[in-house]
Design a protein around this ligand. Structure first.
Ligand SMILES: Cc1cc2nc3c(=O)[nH]c(=O)nc-3n(C[C@H](O)[C@H](O)[C@H](O)COP(=O)(O)OP(=O)(O)OC[C@H]3O[C@@H](n4cnc5c(N)ncnc54)[C@H](O)[C@@H]3O)c2cc1C
Length: 526
């Protein structure tokens, strides 16, 4: 069979792209290196009887149009809200509760500062306006005046649309792209733990201090989602993140998309400057009219494409494309719930929250500085999420699974050290850190799975363990993702497209790059 499109990688964006193409009658083959589809959005059994979303672990950014178009609810996807958004631990045994509603948070913040309680609704309203602006750009290629007349018209339209925003909102937007989250939060608030709660997202997957310029955008990137219509909320997919991609795989099956597992692509085949297929690891060649890469630009252009197929300047840009999230991901099986703040091990709303162990922005800054010099901090930043409190399909009755998402673990360790040797030391550090805040934690751990930056690369093909396929910094976003002139899912090779998180609008379980790439591929065929 000759295919209209081959898709390299069966991550959620590859599956989304496949579905949109198949809806228009294309014959599509998805080639996935692993034994299951889903990429970083998978549920796996990491210890007998204990299953978890082993990499990405919480849902918000998945686009509602993608959910509807791919009939994900019809294929069994159910997303539930957290009973509380965040529970941020202080060193003195107290905590700040965020959510579930604004009134709850304002009341809670007032215990720390009346001034901050008054400022908070204005701060959220400012973010809402900007997130709404961002939402308009999620499901379309970003305007780029370098892409012909259409690009120039799109750019003009975009700047005119921006001018419709009140002047204050325009100023906020510009600030958000250039400023650090820390500086911005210091301007708004005085309470350290509140700033930590709001600023945590600015360092997620960024391997940066919250005081790094541009980190304010990373924070905004985490705000454009929604759960069941509630904007900005984060929730849990029943069955774990794999429930999202399994539902997508069902839609693929319904539309006649072929999926091949354990099919690692070794290189893209080209003829006269055009992609004509791929060669698998074992040497098998498969041909198609077009090829879409769900893998990151650095992996694609530096390893799967012949250097001679690319213009030198483009190749150099892709070699320099910044990757490396500096995250360590652990999954733990627990005999009981953690006893935070002496509140006990009986399930309470805070057990269903994103539990943040990083009491201040300074703490996050120090953790990053330590990681830069020694590879990891003795006081790392950890978010604990215990999905089994919302979902009884993940652990045996009475027991639990937790995701530990840990920031500021250097993508590459200092000279002479490697992640295979440092894995257990890092994991012990994380367990010790959680135990500092919940004394019963260490003894409750039945089993642990540890994914270092190197493991994330080996397991999921994430270059330097980059969870977003490339840094979310201003010079790698919008018209510059992956580089100026190629943000519309095309590449310098005709018939080869990017359809993963390395393309606009970037990382997260959104479905957006997959959707957008498919629209461009369909348009090109007309
Ligand atoms: C630890 C971690 C935590 C995260 N937490 C969250 C979160 O809570 N919420 C959120 O929204 N986002 C989160 N993210 C980010 C999000 O998961 C990713 O940005 C998103 O999954 C990217 O999707 P994708 O489909 O573009 O690529 P991927 O999910 O990376 O999929 C790419 C696919 O390509 C396959 N592949 C690689 N090389 C080859 C090859 N040579 N041949 C064939 N197949 C190949 C891979 O196996 C993989 O299946 C997290 C990511 C990680 C790693």
């Amino acid at each position: 069979m000759t295919f209209d499109a081959l898709i390299i990688g069966g991550g959620h964006n590859g599956l989304t792209c496949a579905c949109y193409l198949a809806r228009k009658g294309w014959k599509v083959l998805v080639l996935e290196a692993r034994h299951l589809v889903g990429g970083a959005a998978v549920t796996e059994e990491f210890h007998p009887g204990f299953r978890n979303s082993v990499a990405s672990y919480t849902v918000s950014l998945l686009n509602p149009q993608v959910i509807a178009d791919l009939h994900l609810a019809g294929h069994g996807l159910r997303i539930v809200h957290r009973p509380m958004s965040n529970f941020v631990l202080l060193e003195n045994g107290y905590a700040l509760r965020v959510g579930p509603n604004l009134e709850d948070t304002v009341r809670e913040v007032a215990r720390f500062s009346q001034r901050d309680a008054q400022a908070l609704p204005r701060y959220y309203a400012m973010l809402d306006v900007l997130a709404d602006e961002l939402r308009k750009w999620i499901l379309q290629a970003p305007p780029d005046p370098n892409r012909g007349l259409g690009g120039i018209i799109d750019t003009l339209k975009a700047s005119l649309a921006l001018r419709k925003l009140p002047l204050e909102a325009q100023r906020d937007l510009i600030e958000l792209f250039g400023r650090s989250a820390g500086e911005m939060l210091d301007d708004w608030f005085e309470t350290d733990v509140l700033k930590a709660a709001l600023g945590f997202d600015s360092i997620v997957g960024a391997y940066a201090s919250p005081y790094a310029p541009g980190s304010a955008y990373v924070q905004l990137h985490h705000c454009f989602g929604e759960v069941n219509g509630k904007k900005g909320a984060w929730g849990h997919a029943i069955g774990g993140m794999g429930a999202i991609t399994q539902a997508m795989a069902k839609e693929c099956a319904r539309l006649g998309v072929t999926i091949r597992l354990n099919a690692k692509v070794a290189r893209v085949i080209t003829r006269a400057g055009r992609a004509t297929g791929v060669a698998l690891d074992g040497g098998e060649e498969i041909h198609a009219r077009t090829v879409a890469a769900n893998i990151g630009p650095k992996l694609l252009f530096n390893q799967l494409v012949e250097a001679s197929d690319l213009p030198d300047a483009f190749r150099t840009r892709m070699q320099r494309f910044k990757t490396g999230s500096g995250v360590l991901r652990m999954n733990v099986a627990l005999s009981e719930l953690p006893d935070f703040c002496g509140l006990g091990t009986q399930q309470q709303p805070h057990h269903g929250a994103g539990i943040i162990l990083a009491p201040s922005l300074d703490y996050m800054h120090r953790a990053y500085e330590d990681a830069r010099t020694t590879g990891m901090s003795t006081q790392p930043v950890v978010e604990v999420l215990i999905p089994s409190t919302l979902d009884d399909s993940l652990a045996p009755p009475g027991q639990h699974v937790a995701s530990l998402f840990c920031q500021s673990f250097a993508p590459q360790l200092p000279e002479g050290e490697n992640w295979d040797d440092a894995r257990d030391r890092a994991a012990d550090l994380v367990i010790d850190t959680v135990t500092r805040f919940a004394p019963n934690f260490r003894r409750s751990v039945i089993a642990r799975q540890v994914l270092t930056p190197l493991d994330l690369e080996r397991t999921f093909g994430l270059t330097d363990g980059d969870i977003f396929h490339g840094r979310l910094s201003p010079e790698q976003l919008f018209a510059s993702r992956p580089t100026l002139g190629y943000a519309d899912y095309h590449t310098p090779i005709k018939g080869l497209y990017l359809c993963g998180a390395g393309a606009h609008p970037g990382g997260g379980v959104t479905g957006a790059p997959g959707h957008n790439a498919a629209q461009v591929m369909l348009q090109d065929r007309q």
